[in-house]
Design a protein around this ligand. Structure first.
Ligand code: XIL
Length: 454
């Protein structure tokens, strides 16, 4: 049973309810590729793919081995898919879908509405005609790729670099509502796929551009404009360095109720500095429950759009760089252990539960009490499998009552009470944590809590 439940008492790491299971065997075979290590954390690790490089044997074999998500570097852009108005050419892009299916990889769709890489006919359009052409493009392309794409970059790079406002473009000049019009059109075309806004220089929380995008997403959520995710391109270099508040940025966006994805990662540099920055980016994503995955913008340095900055994980010969090793390690993988057959590819054994597939969690309780009241914070830690939800329970002393809680839904206010994840914090990667809290009157509960994983 995949959804078997496991109950653990705080600070004990054993004792599962599901009978006859060996518990939490230490990670005997750490994943040895980026994709399998990320999968072990409930994430994907992807790359941009340039379709004409698939015939390069080195490129192709690294792609197959390491990645479980792909983005077309150019082949799903507007000029590629609709070279003449209303004449769509899907042949090249469809090859990537076929390849992704062969690899068992997800596909990020990139990108439906953008000021750049527009076909000539679109560049010279304006007003209602352009708005309608944009909507037609979104509808046609999304219909063609229905069911084949995990997340679409619906709108790309719509914000100005310095002032936090909109970028001037022919699309922007069709009216300020062009972005929400694009998202509404996208939702109507395919209600199942995730719809993302994607941009660069939105990594540093203090930058005006970051705030501009944040405020737009907040407004969309408040008004019910459909948006599911925000993509952070994260092209890091000396002019746009990795910021120490990157995790804060990702978390603040996630707290708006959207997923976050690192969509075009490349980090110019070399050696230990570059390796450390890659590891920091990975750790930041893993720390944010709603960070779905990371895509690097190419495989070898020589494949990069910024090749001179050697910003990727493999050198021109296809050898893994120091940055590769640090990235893999940050994902919880290891190059030293030859994992025989990566377990994350979910062998569909119908009745036998593997310990690695058994969800478990622990709850650690911290109490700050005073005469007549208390505040309790609880850290939920996933076991060796990612969680899709959790409930923790504890017992209040007679006369005590919960008055309010945050980041969890409370059931009961006195005696035995329980707290269940809310929408945005049910998913916890293997070994990851999430926190919630509650306040109450009376004397404090003991620090013993149960944790039930889903
Ligand atoms: C780049 C590609 O890597 C290049 O091959 C192409 O010449 C230009 O576009 N932001 C994006 C990507 O959203 O689509 C861009 O890709 C890089 C910046």
């Amino acid at each position: 049973m995949r959804r078997s439940r496991a109950i653990l008492t705080v600070l004990t790491t054993g004792a599962l309810t599901a009978g006859a299971l060996t518990v939490l065997s230490p990670a005997a075979d750490a994943a040895s590729t980026l994709g399998s290590a990320a999968a072990g954390q409930g994430r994907y690790f992807g790359t941009a793919v340039s379709i004409n490089r698939l015939s390069d044997a080195t490129y192709s074999s690294i792609l197959n081995r390491e990645f479980n998500s792909v983005t077309a570097e150019n082949e799903m852009k507007i000029d590629a898919l609709e070279p003449q108005q209303n004449q769509f050419n899907y042949t090249t892009a469809d090859r990537l879908i076929t390849r992704a299916n062969e690899m068992g990889a997800k596909v990020r769709g990139h990108t439906l509405a953008w000021h750049s890489q527009q076909p000539g006919w679109m560049q010279s359009m304006s007003g209602t005609a352009l708005r309608n052409a944009m909507k037609n493009h979104i509808t046609q392309v999304m219909t063609h790729y229905k069911g084949k794409i995990d997340s679409w970059d619906v709108v790309n790079e719509a914000f100005d670099d310095s002032n936090g406002g909109r970028r001037d473009s022919n699309l922007q000049r069709t009216g300020n509502d062009w972005i929400e019009d694009a998202f509404k059109t996208a939702r109507a075309a395919d209600p199942a796929v995730k719809l993302c806004y994607n941009d660069y220089n939105t990594d540093n929380w203090t930058w005006a551009k970051t705030q501009g995008v944040y405020n737009m997403v907040k407004d969309f959520k408040a008004r019910g404009v459909p948006i599911d995710c925000v993509g952070f391109q994260s092209h890091f270099n000396s002019g746009s360095p990795y910021p120490s508040n990157y995790r804060t940025t990702l978390q603040n966006f996630a707290d708006l109720g959207v997923d976050v994805q690192i969509t075009e990662l490349d980090i110019e540099g070399s050696g230990t500095t570059q390796a450390n920055t890659y590891a920091n980016v990975v750790r930041d994503c893993l720390a944010v429950t709603r960070c779905n995955g990371i895509t690097v913008w190419g495989i070898r340095d020589s494949d990069s759009w910024r090749a001179s900055g050697t910003p990727l994980l493999f050198d021109a010969n296809g050898n893994p760089k120091q940055a590769y090793t640090s990235t893999l390690a940050a994902l919880g993988g290891s190059t030293s252990s030859p994992s025989p057959s990566t377990s994350s590819s979910a062998s569909p054994s119908p009745s036998v539960s593997q310990s690695s597939g058994t969800r478990a969690c622990t709850a650690t309780v911290t109490v700050n009490a005073w005469t007549g009241g208390f505040v309790t914070s609880v850290k939920v830690t996933a076991g060796s499998a990612a969680l899709t939800g959790w409930t923790t329970g504890l017992t209040l002393p007679a006369g005590s009552a919960v008055t309010n809680s945050w980041s969890a839904t409370a059931s009961g206010t006195s005696g035995a009470v329980s707290f269940t994840n809310v929408g945005y914090n049910g998913t916890v990667p293997a070994g990851g944590t999430t926190e919630f809290g509650f306040q109450g009157t009376g004397s404090a509960p003991s620090t013993t809590a149960t944790c039930t994983a889903r």
